[in-house]
Design a protein around this ligand. Structure first.
Ligand code: DC
Length: 233
């Protein structure tokens, strides 16, 4: 296992954490577009790892087997907020990583410390590269707490379970609402309860409950926070 890189120096990093379906991806991409920043979806990295493990026939509920194999695939993220990409060994898996099979397996895979350590190195190397030339919006579960604890802007997004299920079901082309809500809540339980880098509100994070707001309003709020941080710097 490679060693863990030091956190990047705090350039323009906006850390966006929160639960599944809280509006993290749309908000993060919108903020990146508005401010001319790059965008990193760390959830897509965990999903890509999970997709590869499933394809290899690895038992995703066996942490030792997952740990033994997670160093093998080469995962790469494209950071253009207009068209983010994710590849595994050079193959684009942007569609495959949103399947029900990956949804069901990604939380147990993400709880394995060796998986987190490997992807942490990868995340920090992307963030380090992008902050040398500009800045980046990074979304996930542990960005403000573990990946970039010195980020000058940290937000934690949440929303009522019903609102989150409606958003996710609409994204999935009208999937069953009750099943979507149950799948979201099941992932929340594992993501918040795991021992390594659980989903928490990071020190210094601003909590935005997105339930009553439109996407544009949430983007406005985060852009405002970024402008305030800039003015303080
Ligand atoms: O954001 P998402 O729903 O695509 O994330 C998929 C899973 O990946 C999520 O259930 C937990 C995991 N994840 C994580 O553990 N840490 C992150 N920084 C991002 C995602």
């Amino acid at each position: 296992m490679s060693h863990t890189l030091r956190p990047p120096a705090p350039g323009t990093v906006i850390a966006v954490d929160g639960t599944s379906g809280s509006g993290k991806s749309s908000t993060s991409r919108g903020v990146a577009r508005r401010l001319g920043l790059r965008y990193l979806d760390t959830g897509a990295m965990f999903r890509a790892m999970t997709w590869w493990l499933l394809r290899e026939g690895v038992d995703v509920h066996d942490p030792a087997e997952v740990a033994a194999r997670c160093g093998e695939p080469t995962i790469a993220s494209g950071t253009d907020p207009e068209a983010p990409t994710i590849t595994v060994d050079g193959t684009d898996v942007g569609v495959e990583i949103r399947s029900d099979a990956v949804n069901a397996a990604v939380s147990p895979v993400s709880a394995v410390p060796e998986v987190r350590s490997r992807l942490l190195d990868l995340q920090r190397s992307v963030i380090g590269r992008e902050t040398r030339t500009g800045g980046i919006v990074v979304e996930g579960r542990d960005i403000g707490s573990v990946v970039v604890p010195d980020a000058p802007v940290k937000v934690y997004l949440s929303a009522d379970p019903e609102a989150r299920a409606v958003r996710r079901a609409a994204e999935a082309g009208g999937a069953d609402l009750a099943a979507t809500q149950e799948s979201l809540l099941a992932r929340d339980r594992i993501d918040s309860g795991r021992a390594t880098a659980p989903l928490v509100m990071a020190d210094g994070a601003v909590h935005i409950d997105t339930t009553p707001y439109s996407l544009d309003e949430v983007i406005d709020l985060v852009v405002e926070l970024a402008e305030q941080a800039q003015a303080r710097a």
